[in-house]
Write a protein that binds this ligand. Structure first.
Ligand code: PEP
Length: 241
């Protein structure tokens, strides 16, 4: 179901005790009209779930394996994630693609597994600077969607558009640039058989308290995936845009 979602991707930040302290301090101010999701590192999930008990804030993980179990040293399965109290899983974040060989094919396998198990996949897509400058943005995003979401429609997924050149750089896409690509994503998934008007599409890339409101005013932007600012008090400003 399409709804506004504000999500915080902590990446490899905050130990369990730091997560607990941060969330105990902020959770009472995290009441929001929108869905709020926190993605801590695996080992801080239990502390986050505990700290957020009794609130409406959801917890997710930043990655998962597509197999149920087996000899996959260092990996985590959907069942483990569900049992830990998580409802969401980030799939295909650009840092996973860049540093850990995530491909559109593994994104597809992981998204299918997450849906089969009842987790909500938040699938990330986005072009890098070179691709944008060569005018390849729509080609890249189109391919990421067509392969990454192949055979999944009409299931309900969340999509995050994160231009790689805007992640952690302080350089936000303009509202119009973000809207243009989010509208393209909605059109593309409609052609793939998704009920596109029911799918939440988020923007991510240097979102802060100071730029969230105008992004949220765009018709095809249903929320934000926030990195750096989700680790600070500014996350409260983002939630309360
Ligand atoms: C991210 O990594 O998903 C992200 C959007 O990071 P930042 O907000 O720091 O650009």
């Amino acid at each position: 179901m399409r709804k506004n979602i504000i999500a915080g991707n902590w990446k490899m930040n905050k130990t369990a005790s730091q997560a607990s302290e941060f969330l105990h301090e902020l959770s009472s101010r995290m009441g929001s009209k929108d869905e709020v999701v926190i993605f801590p590192p695996y080992l801080s999930v239990a502390a986050a779930v505990e700290a957020l008990k009794g609130t409406k804030v959801r917890v997710g993980v930043q990655n998962m394996h597509f197999e149920d179990s087996g000899a996959f040293t260092g990996e985590v399965s959907a069942d483990m994630i569900l049992e830990s109290g998580c409802e969401y899983v980030l799939i295909g974040h650009s840092e996973r693609r860049k540093y850990f060989a995530e491909t559109d094919e593994t994104v597809n396998l992981k998204t299918k597994k997450a849906l089969q198990k009842g987790l909500i996949p938040m699938v990330c897509v986005g072009e890098d600077l070179d691709e944008r400058e060569k005018d390849l943005t729509f080609d890249v995003i189109g391919r990421q969607l067509e392969i990454g979401l192949s055979g999944i429609a009409p299931a309900s997924v969340v999509i995050a558009y994160e231009p790689v050149w805007a992640i952690g750089t302080g350089r936000t896409a303009t509202d119009e640039q973000a809207q243009e690509v989010c509208a393209f994503i909605r059109k593309t998934i409609a052609k793939m058989g998704f009920a596109a008007d029911e799918i939440s599409i988020l923007y991510g890339g240097s979102v802060k308290g100071s730029n969230i409101s105008s992004l949220m005013a765009m018709p095809d932007i249903d929320g934000a995936l926030v990195g750096g600012a989700a680790l600070t008090e500014d996350f409260i400003n983002i939630i309360n845009y």
